[in-house]
Ligand binder design. Sequence first.
Ligand code: FMN
Length: 254
Amino acid sequence: MNETLNLIESRKSVRSYLHQAPSREERDAIVHAALRAPTAGNMMLYSILEIEDQAIKDRLAVTCDHQPFIAKAPLVLMFLADYQRWFDFFKHSGVEELAQRMGTPLRRPQEGDLMLAISDALIAAQTAVLAAESMGIGSCYIGDIIENYEVHRELLQLPEYVFPIGMVCFGFPTENQKLRAQPSRYSESLIVFKDRYRRLGPDDFARMERETPAREASEAANTGQQVYLRKYAPDFMLEMNRSVREILKNWTHS
Ligand SMILES: Cc1cc2nc3c(=O)[nH]c(=O)nc-3n(C[C@H](O)[C@H](O)[C@H](O)COP(=O)(O)O)c2cc1C
């Protein structure tokens, strides 16, 4: 394996950080790497919000499903799917008049535009994650940034066509984090198919159960039930779905 493959192989999420923050050069290298990520139409349909204000970090640690480590992360980057920049640029460039001359209404950003912008934002985020990892700086995604849209819209002054799709906390790992076991992954046969999609059957599900046996004694009898209760059905997921429906109203114009 080469250095890059080794890096990808050994990465794991880091949720506890040394006080020492990444240097200016390291921060710049992470951001620069993100900006070099592939992007649809070379349009860079995302923005990166660097959260420096401790009061905002503290608030996000609460609004993102109560995760205190967010407040302690020395570097926090939020990745926003962003069509606002281009839509404003279109208007600035006389596109409204152009559309009128062509007899077509000005098209506002819609669901497909959002999907591309989300792809862009997340590809940039993961490029930043790997760049940080290459300098010994650990990271952790915060998916819960999708929750509480109205609160985040107000807190971060998000305009209509900006969708806060991901946040990443960065920092040097503590000794404990370095020693923590790396989570395993499901086998390739469960995830990678050839030519056509393959619905999984009982043998595959038995394999999933073997590969991630249910850990805690609880009302869950197996992995499927445990994941349902802990990751799929809890209140934070209900809130995430509610919040996304609210954000989508901007893009579906409903
Ligand atoms: C989209 C996404 C959202 C995530 N959200 C959170 C989060 O809110 N809090 C957290 O501690 N980890 C979060 N994670 C990290 C995952 O829990 C982690 O990647 C997973 O458990 C696998 O562990 P590993 O990254 O160490 O291999 C998120 C990861 C992704 C990709």
